[in-house]
Design a protein around this ligand. Structure first.
Ligand SMILES: Cc1cc2nc3c(=O)[nH]c(=O)nc-3n(C[C@H](O)[C@H](O)[C@H](O)COP(=O)(O)OP(=O)(O)OC[C@H]3O[C@@H](n4cnc5c(N)ncnc54)[C@H](O)[C@@H]3O)c2cc1C
Length: 218
């Protein structure tokens, strides 16, 4: 039972908020469902506004009643395609205000109001320290964007990817990573089992590699 208010202090993150935060209308270009409870949205960006962001950041949708919902870009900024579009991975939360709409009524060409970019989760490129990329379900979206960015920039850095999932071979991350040609991607964690009993390779060509099966993160 809470006894008092809780105050959380966060150290400021240098580099965050470097790009201008824009409010823009986006048009639904495509909706695909790689799993029954997951939608991949492609949202076309307006031609006259240049949304700049760092791989790993997120945008907020502004709903009719002013409520906001956050979603991480799953494609890196160099990979918007033509016409320029961001990719988002949404998990259906039954009874949820926004995702019920996405899974029930949303259709191509619908317009959504959006603001962004936000967030300080992105790769610190001035470091060459090993890193751990940890995600499960649609939390894989910003990780995917970061890995795409690293490939694009030729950033080689040791690390380990741990992807939590309940049905590894058919899961969203495995399918999306395979879809992007990295056939050595494997889940490192099964839902509910902390400790890697599988190799977590995500990106061998660029030296993101997992070592051993001992569960150590180093
Ligand atoms: C930085 C950030 C990034 C994110 N990125 C992603 C992403 O990439 N992909 C993704 O899928 N999600 C992401 N999320 C989560 C996302 O923003 C939404 O919270 C999520 O999609 C649910 O939104 P909703 O409007 O559908 O559900 P909500 O309306 O917020 O409801 C959530 C759940 O609570 C239940 N609920 C609502 N009101 C009540 C109540 N009064 N009593 C009991 N239960 C209730 C609903 O039934 C539903 O199951 C992110 C969140 C943050 C903060």
């Amino acid at each position: 039972m809470p006894q008092t208010d809780c105050v959380v202090e966060a150290r400021s993150v240098p580099g965050a908020g470097e790009y201008p935060v824009l409010k823009l209308p986006t048009r639904v270009l495509g909706i695909t469902m790689p799993a029954p409870d997951v939608a991949v949205l492609r949202l076309q960006l307006p031609a006259n506004q240049n949304l700049q962001y760092r791989a790993g950041q997120y945008v907020e949708f502004i709903l009719r009643d002013g409520a906001r919902r956050c979603y991480s870009m799953a494609n890196a900024p160099h990979n918007l395609g033509s016409p320029p579009a961001i990719e988002l991975h949404l998990r259906h939360m039954p009874g949820g205000k926004f995702t019920d709409h996405v899974f029930g009524a949303m259709k191509e060409r619908d317009i959504l109001r959006m603001e962004g970019p936000f967030g300080s989760f992105f790769l610190r490129e001035d470091s060459d320290k090993p890193m751990v990329l940890l995600a499960s379900g649609t939390g894989f979206a910003p990780i995917k964007a970061i890995v795409e960015h690293m490939q694009h920039k030729g950033i080689g850095r040791d690390g380990r990817s741990l992807l939590g999932m309940s049905a590894p071979r058919r899961s969203l991350p495995a399918r999306l990573v395979h879809g992007h040609g990295r056939r050595d991607a494997e889940p490192a964690l099964r839902a509910g089992a902390v400790g890697a009993d599988r190799r977590g390779r995500l990106d061998r060509p660029h030296r993101l590699r997992a070592r051993g099966r001992d569960g150590r993160l180093a």
